[in-house]
Design a protein around this ligand. Structure first.
Ligand SMILES: Cc1cc2nc3c(=O)[nH]c(=O)nc-3n(C[C@H](O)[C@H](O)[C@H](O)COP(=O)(O)OP(=O)(O)OC[C@H]3O[C@@H](n4cnc5c(N)ncnc54)[C@H](O)[C@@H]3O)c2cc1C
Ligand code: FES
Length: 269
C-alpha cells in the first residue's frame, strides 16, 4: 500500500540569502509541471519535524522549484544548516492554489504584505512572462522597511511592465516615495477606479493585513466574490487526516490555502 506521507529526497541546487532571516532554496524537481501557483509542500526533516512551505516559483521546463524560507523555529532553523548538493525530503504538492482560469483575460490586482509575496510570486512571474494571459496586472506590495523588500531584482523588472505601488511601514522603500500600510494605498490603485466587472483581486499577507485590505476593497465596492486570499494555518498531515488545520468544517490543507473571500471572510478561529 502506498504511504501517503512518505517524503522523497530532492537535491538542493542553490541557496541564496534574500534578507537577514529569509533564504531562497532552489530544488531539483523533475515533476515541477504538476505544481499549481500557490500550492505548498511539506518539508520533512528526519528526527526534527515537518513544516508547510509555499512553492514560491517553479520551472516545468528546467525541472526546479523554489522555496522562500523564513527562519522562525525548529524545522526552519535546521534548514538553514543545509547546503547546495544536500538532499531535502519533500512531500506534496498540496492544497488548492490560484487557478489561472479565474484570472485569464481579467484585470488582476495583487496586494501582498511582507512574505505574503512568496505564495503569489509564481503567478506574478507567469503573468509577467505571458502578459497576454490577463487584461492587465497591477501590484501593491507592503514591506516593513527597505531591508525586508523581497525579490528586489524581480520587483524592479515587474514594475517596468506593470503599474506598482511599493510601500514600507517606515524609512525609505525602493524610491522612498511611499510610506504607510498597504490599506492606505488601496484607493490609489488605478484599476479600482474603472469598474469591477472584469476585476479580480488577490490579497496575501498576515491575517490582519488580509482582513483590513479586503475591507478597503469592499469599501470601494469590490464584491467579496472578486477577492482571493491565501491562508497560512498551522498544519500537520496536510492530507485531510489530522484536523490540525480545520476551521469549522473546512480543512485548509485540502480546500485551501487559497480561498475566495466570500468563503474566507466567514472562516474565523
Ligand atoms: C500553506 C502554508 C504555506 C507556508 N508558506 C511558507 C513559506 O513560503 N515560507 C515560510 O517561511 N513559511 C511558510 N509557512 C509558515 C511555516 O510553515 C511556519 O513558519 C512553520 O511553523 C515553521 O516551522 P518551524 O518548525 O521552523 O517553526 P516552529 O518551531 O513551529 O515555530 C513557528 C513559530 O511558532 C512559534 N512557536 C513555536 N512553538 C510555539 C509554542 N509552543 N508556543 C508559542 N509559539 C510557538 C515560534 O516562535 C515561531 O514564531 C507556511 C505555512 C502554511 C500553512
Ligand atoms: S493538516 Fe491534517 S487535516 Fe489538514
Amino acid at each position: 500500500m502506498q504511504n501517503l506521507i512518505m517524503p522523497t529526497p530532492y537535491r538542493i541546487l542553490d541557496i541564496k540569502k534574500v534578507t537577514e532571516i529569509e533564504f531562497l532554496f532552489r530544488i531539483e524537481y523533475p515533476e515541477a509541471k504538476n505544481i499549481q501557483f500557490g500550492q505548498f509542500m511539506q518539508i520533512s526533516l528526519p528526527k526534527i519535524g515537518e513544516c508547510p512551505i509555499s512553492v514560491t516559483d517553479f520551472s516545468a521546463e528546467e525541472g526546479w522549484i523554489e522555496f522562500l524560507i523564513r527562519k522562525v523555529g525548529i524545522v526552519t532553523d535546521e534548514l538553514f544548516n543545509l547546503h547546495a548538493g544536500d538532499l531535502m525530503p519533500l512531500r506534496g504538492p498540496y492544497g488548492k492554489g490560484f487557478d489561472m482560469k479565474n484570472y485569464e483575460g481579467k484585470k488582476v490586482v495583487i496586494a501582498t504584505g511582507g512574505s505574503g509575496l512568496a505564495p503569489v510570486r509564481s503567478l506574478i512571474n507567469h503573468i509577467y512572462k505571458n502578459p497576454e494571459s490577463v487584461k492587465e496586472m497591477e501590484l501593491l506590495f507592503g514591506f516593513k522597511d527597505d531591508s525586508s523588500i523581497l525579490f528586489r531584482d524581480e520587483v524592479i523588472a515587474w514594475r517596468k511592465k506593470h503599474p506598482m505601488i511599493l510601500t514600507v511601514d517606515k524609512g525609505c522603500g525602493l524610491d522612498g516615495e511611499c510610506v504607510g500600510l498597504v490599506t492606505e494605498y488601496v484607493p490609489q490603485l488605478k484599476m479600482t477606479s474603472d469598474g469591477f466587472e472584469d476585476l479580480e483581486v488577490i490579497i496575501v499577507g498576515p491575517p490582519n493585513m488580509m482582513k483590513y485590505t479586503a475591507l478597503e476593497f469592499e469599501k470601494l465596492g469590490v464584491p467579496a466574490e472578486k477577492i482571493w486570499v491565501s491562508f497560512e494555518r498551522k498544519m500537520s498531515c496536510a492530507i485531510g487526516k489530522c484536523g490540525h488545520c480545520r476551521i469549522d468544517e473546512v480543512y485548509v490543507c485540502l480546500e485551501g490555502p487559497v480561498f475566495n473571500y466570500s468563503q474566507a471572510k466567514y472562516l474565523i478561529d
